[in-house]
Design a binder for this molecule. Structure first.
Ligand SMILES: [Zn+2]
Length: 258
């Protein structure tokens, strides 16, 4: 498996070898540039694709699930329009889910945040600002974002969040350090719907239900009507397959709160 440290060591050794060859045997310097470009490409992809576990391990699914269980996760809420619709549907189909909330949204909609918990679902940290530049934040700034969100969540609900869902699925050494300091568990996914893109409802449902198996973790966003429609069709599908949606912490047998 590709790991940041292993790749760095490998590329550093190769770089020294190429530089020596360049010095003694007049190897074109272009080889060095190709090597550096290769390192950059692997590192950018490793940072963008959370499932590579390039910088640190995230929990993407449960291998140990014996029951016919899966977990549905919602990122980016709470949202005043869509989160209540999601809650209604989950109640109607007797399903439990996990909501990875943005700190500033918890601050804006504290009652909704507590409603999620009171409905028997669990909540996790999804940064304070969900800034597009989050992947370039310093360790200190990442720590501030995560600490601030946890403080707001605790003030609003009394819960000390232990689960973290990386914003945009981005990982890097700064986020790794911040998670270690705050003792947060990174939660990934095995089924990404891409429900925030232009993909049609039909395609989204197909993406999520294709080869869906027990132990899978589904990523959705409680931020659009399209997702609400996808969710209803997903819940009908689960019912037809006798599958039960549980919280991600139940699926993974971990503690959601301290
Ligand atoms: Zn997000």
């Amino acid at each position: 498996m590709l790991r940041f440290k292993t790749i760095n060591t490998l590329f550093a050794v190769l770089l020294v070898v190429l530089l020596v060859l360049h010095y003694f045997y007049v190897l074109p310097v272009g080889f060095v540039f190709v090597l550096v470009l290769g390192w950059l490409l692997i590192t950018v992809m490793g940072s963008a694709f959370i499932r590579w576990n390039y910088h640190f391990n995230s929990l993407h699914h449960s291998k140990a699930t014996e029951e016919n269980h899966i977990a549905i996760t919602f990122d980016d809420g709470p949202h005043p329009v869509y989160t209540p619709k999601v809650l209604r549907l989950l109640t109607e189909y007797n399903a439990k889910a996990t909501f990875f909330c943005i700190g500033k949204n918890i601050e804006a909609y504290p009652v909704l945040f507590n409603q999620i918990i009171n409905h028997g679902h669990t909540v996790g940290n999804h940064t304070y600002s969900h800034s597009n530049g989050f992947g370039f934040f310093s360790t200190k700034k990442v720590e501030e974002e995560l600490r601030r969100t946890n403080a707001i969540a605790e003030k609003v609900s009394g819960k000390r969040l232990k689960m973290y869902r990386p914003a945009f699925g981005v990982t890097n050494p700064n986020i790794k350090k911040a998670l270690q300091v705050l003792r947060l568990t990174p939660i990934g996914w095995s089924k990404r719907s891409f429900d925030t893109t232009q993909l049609s409802e039909k395609k989204l449902v197909a993406r999520v239900t294709h080869n869906l198996k027990k132990g899978d973790i589904i990523l959705l966003h409680d931020t659009s009507d399209k997702t609400i429609a996808v969710l209803e069709r997903l819940l009908l599908f689960l019912k037809s397959k006798n599958m039960q949606a549980v919280t991600v912490n139940q699926l993974l047998s971990i503690q959601p709160y301290e």
